[in-house]
Design a protein around this ligand. Sequence first.
Ligand SMILES: [Zn+2]
Length: 77
Amino acid sequence: MKPASHLEDRAARAEKIIAAPENFKVCEGCESIVAARVVTCPNCHGYRFDEATERVVDQARLLASRPQQSVTSADLE
Ligand SMILES: [Zn+2]
């Protein structure tokens, strides 16, 4: 696995979100970007979301530019 692949994935995902922010929302609990149709956050099971498009775009840019915060399986190896 290439070291940069994670960041590239995130950048590609962020681009998709920024292109159509109305399809997404930001979880108030963990600040994840989730699909607008979900009822509870798949990460923290929160049910409070910010659906403002400018918030979604801001958050997508942030996620694309910073290292992953959550613990992944790779972090545990
Ligand atoms: Zn959440």
